[in-house]
Design a protein around this ligand. Structure first.
Ligand code: EPU
Length: 420
């Protein structure tokens, strides 16, 4: 059933938001369990449709799991029953490509549908494939599928990624844990989710050096074991609620958020005139009447996260002056902008830079978006707008934001989900 969100804007948000577990760690962490036949128990797993999607993919490959939907998932894959990730699942969630490395490592064969285009750009996977080829994998592309096999198993290799791709680094890292010999990944992504995945793999018995740096060394082992692992808090969800506080001129305590994961983003908010305080178990953000314009440019970690670009653009629409937003990671991640214009924003786009002229206030309207972060940026704009905003196509939000309207309502937002 199609659903929409009705928001009546103008109320400052005040209170505490409990930040959920990180989607972009939960997905690779669940996939990493394919590397062993032992049981792994995760805690703090967010209840999201993307998590359910990866669980059903893993189930089709032979995994068995118990999910209490309160954050604890126990999962094991006694044997790989299928090595195929079908088009119908991969087209819904690009992160399905993450099964490629672990399936090759454990099973020496994998057939994964090519992800194809998605709303935020072409997003190829050739860097994943070139790296795996260096590890001894034969790859053929047939009927829209990546047909990969490593008859003699995987071998350690020297890999220099052309770009620090996040899921590409994760795929190679997982594959390398069970490869024969040493793998060196240069220009590896350094996102906090990669460091956390290294922690998980290390608990499972993998031998990895270079956590948090752009050069990761993996010494392959014969087998991995079970463990228990807590999913860290979602830095992008935390950043999204930080903007909710700023754009409504309220004050929120983001329980569980980690300052170190969001440094450049929080520095930018401070430069915009907001108060940001690091507390023992979270971060406090306090808005103010006048928001200073502050230009940003997205980049790989530790740069400004592309996953917070749309939300930050919403904030700049009501800043006191002009700012520029440059998107360097994805070629087509400005789809929220035409929708923000419907709410009265003043923005022009030239190539990968958007120039935002702040307006006094936004006005409610009907809007819709084609990806997760763009959708939430419209919710944020709606919280600040005068009157009623309706955000359509809610399924994008449910992919990555646990209990969004419940969390916002607890802080005073006037927001309601409805069936269309
Ligand atoms: N790229 C290629 N070829 C490749 C790999 C990447 O051209 O082989 C390009 C992509 O097209 C893109 C850029 O490199 O333009 C960066 O892509 P990256 O591979 O780093 O992104 P990803 O691994 O597909 C993850 C997150 C995204 C997040 C990006 C960037 C997960 C499951 N997904 O995607 O999260 O935006 O890193 O930080 O970790 C989201 O949560 O909303 C989301 C899209």
């Amino acid at each position: 059933m199609m659903q929409g969100m009705r928001i009546v804007g103008g109320t400052p948000l005040n209170g505490t938001v409990k930040i959920s577990g990180a989607k972009n760690l939960a997905l690779p962490a669940l996939v990493a369990t394919l590397l062993t036949d032992a049981k792994i128990t995760f805690s703090n797993v967010p209840n999201l449709s993307d998590v359910n999607c990866i669980l059903s993919l893993l189930e089709s490959l032979g995994s068995k799991y118990e999910n209490d939907t309160k954050g604890t998932i126990t999962i094991s894959t006694p044997t790989i029953l299928s090595h195929i990730a079908p088009y119908d699942i991969v087209r819904k969630m690009r992160a399905s490509i993450l099964v490629l490395g672990p399936l090759l490592a454990r099973n020496h064969a994998a057939k994964v549908s090519l992800p194809g285009g998605c709303a935020i750009g072409a997003r190829g996977v050739e860097m994943h494939l070139e790296a795996l080829k260096l590890m001894g994998v034969d790859i053929a592309l047939n009927d829209g599928y990546i047909d990969a096999s490593a008859k003699k198993g995987l071998f350690g290799a020297n890999i220099k990624l052309p770009f620090p791709t996040v899921t590409g680094t994760e795929n190679v890292l997982m594959a390398a844990t069970l490869a024969k010999g040493k793998t060196r990944i240069q220009n590896a992504a350094k996102e906090p989710e990669i460091s956390a995945l290294i922690d998980l793999l290390t608990l499972m018995g993998a031998k990895i050096e270079g956590k948090g740096t752009s050069e990761i060394i993996v010494n392959g082992v014969d087998s991995l074991r079970g463990t228990c692992f807590e999913i860290m808090s979602d830095r992008i969800e935390a950043g999204t609620y930080a903007i909710a506080a700023a754009i409504t001129k309220g004050k929120l305590f983001l329980e569980g958020a980690r300052y170190c994961d969001l440094k450049i983003f929080l520095d930018t908010l401070q430069n915009s005139g907001l108060t940001v305080l690091e507390n023992e178990n979270g971060i406090t953000i306090a808005g103010r009447d006048s928001i200073k314009p502050c230009s940003i440019s997205t980049g790989p970690y530790p740069g400004f996260p592309t996953d917070l670009q749309a939300q930050y653009t919403s904030l700049m629409t009501v800043a006191n002056g002009t700012s520029t937003i440059t998107e360097n990671i994805f070629e087509n991640r400005f789809m929220h902008i035409p929708e923000l214009l419907r709410l009265g924003a003043n923005i022009s786009i030239h190539g990968n830079t958007a120039t935002v002229n702040g307006v006094k206030s936004l006005k409610g309207a009907q809007v819709m978006a084609t990806d997760l972060r763009a959708s939430v940026s419209l919710v944020l704009a709606g919280l600040a707008a005068q009157g009623t905003t309706i955000v359509n196509r809610l399924y994008h939000l449910d992919r990555g934001y646990e209990a969004l309207e419940t969390k916002l309502k607890l802080c005073g937002a006037n927001i309601e989900r409805f069936n269309i």
